[in-house]
Design a protein around this ligand. Structure first.
Ligand SMILES: Cc1cc2nc3c(=O)[nH]c(=O)nc-3n(C[C@H](O)[C@H](O)[C@H](O)COP(=O)(O)OP(=O)(O)OC[C@H]3O[C@@H](n4cnc5c(N)ncnc54)[C@H](O)[C@@H]3O)c2cc1C
Length: 381
C-alpha cells in the first residue's frame, strides 16, 4: 500500500456541528444505505461507497483531535453515528464501529507517523479500517490463548499466527492487531495493512448474518511490520487507554438495533395491538429500558472524553455493564419483534428475520455477553 506523506485536507463537511452531522448522516443512510440493506445481508455486498461517504461526513472523526483530521468531540458523537447506522443495518453499523475502533487506536498512540500521516486519512474515511482485537481481548480476560507472536528483528517485528475473523478489511484496508513479543511476557499493538507481504486474507465460511462485512481469516506467515506501524510495545498501559472507548462504542450497535425493533413492533401494533398487548417486552417497556441505557452510555462517553488517559474502575465497570445490557436488550427486542409480527416474520428475507439474526451478533462479538459477565463477576469491587 502506498501511503503518501502529504497530510490530506480536512473535509469541510467534517466540521459540521453535531446536529448537522446527524442530519447529513440521516440523509446518507436513507438515500444510500437503506436501498441496499437486503443486498448487504443476503448477497454479502460490501457497502464500500457508503462507508467512505460517511467518513467524509464525519462519522469516524469524532473521537479524533482536530489537528489529526477529526472534530475532537469525543466518543459520544461516534456512538450516536454507530447507533444511527445500526438502526438501518447492523452489518454496516458494525463496520462503522470497526472503523471507529481503529481510528481510536490511532488517536491513542504516541507514534508520530501513525498519528500524523495515517490517522487523518482514517478519520476521514479515505483509508478504511478494521480491528482484529477479539483474540487478545479474550486472551487478556483468560478465555483463550494469544494467536499471534511477534519476533523482534531489524527495524521491527515478524508476525506469525492466524486470526479467525477480521471484518471491514481487504487489500487496501488497515486493521489493528496485537501479538505476544516472542520470549517475553509483553505484548504489542500494531496496524497491519491488508495487502502486506506475508499476510493472506481468506474467506472460507458463510455467516448467518453480517455477510456484507468483508470478514476474512487473516494468516500471518513471516509478515514484517516496521516500527512505523507499531501503536505501542509493550502495550499494557495503552490497552487500558483504548479499552473503555472500544467497548462503549459497541453499545451504539445495540441502541440502534433495539430502537428499530421497537419501531417495527409499533408498526405491527397498528393492526395487531388488540392481541399483541398480551405479549411480554412490549414496545413502551422496551423503550423505557432503551432510553435508560442510551442516557447511561452517553454519560459514560462524556467521562471517557478524548482518550489518552485512564478511566476509574467504577467507570470501566459501568461501561462493561452498559455493553452487556446492550446485548440483552438487542436479544429481547428482536425476539419480541418476531412474536409481535407473527407469521410474516417467518418469511425468509423479511426485515424481522434480518433483525433477529443480527441481534445475536451484538451478544456474540467480542466482548461477547459471556465474556462481559465473566469480567463483571471477577472484577474487584
Ligand atoms: C461475522 C463475524 C465478524 C467478526 N469480526 C471480527 C472482527 O472484525 N475482529 C475480530 O477481532 N473478531 C471478529 N469476529 C470474532 C468475534 O468477535 C468473536 O471472537 C468470535 O465470534 C468468537 O467469540 P466467542 O466468544 O463465541 O468465542 P468462543 O466461545 O471461544 O467460540 C468460538 C468457537 O468458534 C471456533 N472457531 C473460531 N474460529 C473459527 C473459524 N475460523 N472456523 C471455525 N471455527 C472457528 C472456536 O474453535 C470455538 O469453538 C467476528 C466474528 C463473526 C462471526
Amino acid at each position: 500500500m502506498q501511503i503518501s506523506d502529504t497530510r490530506p485536507k480536512q473535509s469541510p463537511r467534517i466540521l459540521l456541528t453535531d446536529a448537522a452531522l446527524m442530519q447529513s448522516l440521516k440523509e446518507a443512510i436513507a438515500q444510500k444505505l437503506v436501498p441496499d440493506v437486503v443486498k448487504i445481508d443476503q448477497q454479502g455486498i460490501y457497502p464500500q461507497d457508503f462507508l467512505r461517504e460517511i467518513g467524509e461526513i464525519g462519522a469516524y472523526g469524532q473521537g479524533v483531535s482536530v489537528e489529526y483530521g477529526g472534530t475532537g468531540r469525543g466518543v459520544l458523537s461516534a456512538i450516536k453515528a454507530i447507533e444511527m447506522v445500526s438502526e438501518a443495518c447492523l452489518s454496516t453499523g458494525f463496520m462503522a464501529w470497526c472503523h471507529n475502533a481503529c481510528s481510536w487506536y490511532l488517536q491513542n498512540t504516541d507514534n508520530p507517523f501513525l498519528r500524523e500521516q495515517i490517522l487523518p486519512k482514517v478519520a476521514t474515511g479515505q483509508l478504511l479500517a478494521g480491528t482484529g482485537l477479539s483474540n487478545p481481548m479474550k486472551h487478556f480476560a483468560g478465555i483463550e490463548k494469544i494467536k499471534i507472536t511477534a519476533t523482534p528483528c531489524d527495524g521491527g517485528y515478524i508476525l506469525n499466527g492466524t486470526l479467525p475473523w477480521v471484518s471491514n478489511i481487504g487489500d487496501q484496508h488497515l486493521f489493528g492487531v496485537s501479538a505476544q513479543i516472542e520470549g517475553t511476557d509483553d505484548y504489542l499493538m500494531a496496524i497491519a495493512q491488508g495487502g502486506m507481504q506475508g499476510l493472506e486474507l481468506r474467506q472460507d465460511v458463510h455467516f448467518i448474518a453480517l455477510e456484507g462485512t468483508n470478514t476474512f481469516r487473516c494468516l500471518f506467515r513471516n509478515a514484517f511490520i516496521s516500527h512505523d506501524w507499531i501503536l505501542a510495545a509493550p502495550c499494557d498501559r495503552y490497552v487500558e487507554y483504548i479499552k473503555p472507548g472500544f467497548i462503549l462504542m459497541q453499545v451504539g450497535m445495540g441502541l440502534g438495533l433495539t430502537q428499530n425493533c421497537i419501531d417495527l413492533m409499533r408498526r405491527v401494533d397498528k393492526t395487531k395491538q388488540h392481541v399483541n398487548q398480551y405479549l411480554d417486552d412490549r414496545p413502551d417497556e422496551m423503550e423505557m429500558e432503551l432510553e435508560a441505557l442510551r442516557l447511561k452510555s452517553y454519560r459514560l462517553a462524556e467521562a471517557i472524553g478524548h482518550g489518552r488517559e485512564l478511566v476509574s474502575k467504577e467507570v470501566l465497570r459501568e461501561v462493561i455493564q452498559a455493553r452487556a445490557t446492550a446485548s440483552e436488550l438487542s436479544l429481547r427486542a428482536s425476539q419480541s419483534l418476531m412474536l409481535h409480527a407473527g407469521a410474516i416474520a417467518y418469511v425468509h428475507g423479511s426485515v424481522y428475520d434480518r433483525r433477529l439474526r443480527e441481534s445475536y451478533f451484538v451478544a456474540m462479538v467480542t466482548p461477547a455477553l459471556k465474556h462481559l459477565r465473566k469480567v463483571l463477576a471477577t472484577m474487584p469491587k
